[in-house]
Write a protein that binds this ligand. Structure first.
Ligand code: DX5
Ligand code: ZN
Length: 217
């Protein structure tokens, strides 16, 4: 079944422990944790200390998405903070192959992300050592933006590459996912849907996640 990863970016920052605990009650599959450094994107959110603080509030995997320059700097800090996945941006790292290997060595699943404007072929040489590939369907930096449907062929391409070469990565899509766009992403072949505002602003978040789980049907 398709996995749903609600993003804490849309949670109440004054109650992150409570928001994290709720995700389990709502039948989410992963906790998506958006780290922004004010340089790679203009927003500043939170970092490894917040990840460590929420760790006791859930048994779900914490899916850390770092929108930061110099991602290699943060690998050990997030491993110590209890992150399960660590995904960085290909655009922020001239040595992405080395960084993926270092993330795995630190005991986490290693992911690479690409902005909407980045051709997916940029990560082709990384696919054999990725545990996750994240396709951004909005420009990173904020929640609540509109889905860019033109990125969907990247998902289809990643699925075909995985089949053709026997790769094992999961395909994640992030940005503008609601009950409708979830269907488009599922049809294209996404395994994990990240959703911030649609889940946290829903009148019934548990029902919204259930609808997203049904998106592949
Ligand atoms: C955007 C973040 C996303 C964001 C998604 O830079 O990476 O994870 O929280 O939020 P929505 O679902 O509101 O587009
Ligand atoms: Zn994200």
């Amino acid at each position: 079944m398709i996995k749903i990863a609600p993003s804490l970016l849309s949670a109440d920052f004054a109650n992150m422990g409570g928001a994290t605990r709720k995700l389990g009650e709502w039948n989410a599959d992963l906790v998506h944790f958006d780290v922004m450094d004010g340089t790679f994107v203009s927003t500043i959110t939170f970092g490894p200390a917040m990840c460590a603080a929420i760790r006791p509030y859930t048994e779900l995997p914490i899916d850390v998405h770092i929108m930061v320059e110099h991602p290699e700097t943060y690998i050990d800090q997030f491993a110590k903070a209890g992150a399960d996945y660590l995904t960085f941006h290909a655009e922020a790292d001239a040595h992405a192959h080395r960084t993926l290997q270092a993330i795995r060595r630190a005991g986490m699943k290693a992911g690479v992300a690409i902005n909407p404007g980045t051709p997916v072929e940029m990560v082709q040489y990384l696919l054999s050592i990725c545990d996750l590939v994240l396709v951004m369907s909005v420009n990173p930096g904020a929640g609540g933006q509109s889905f860019i449907a033109e990125v969907l062929p990247k998902i289809e391409w990643l699925k075909k590459q995985r089949e053709a070469h026997g790769y094992t990565y999961e395909i994640e899509i992030d940005g503008g996912i609601n009950a409708d766009t979830a269907k488009l992403a599922a049809k294209a072949g996404a395994d994990i849907l990240v959703s911030g505002s649609s889940v946290f602003k829903a009148s019934d978040p548990k029902d919204m996640i259930a609808r997203m789980h049904r998106a592949e049907n």
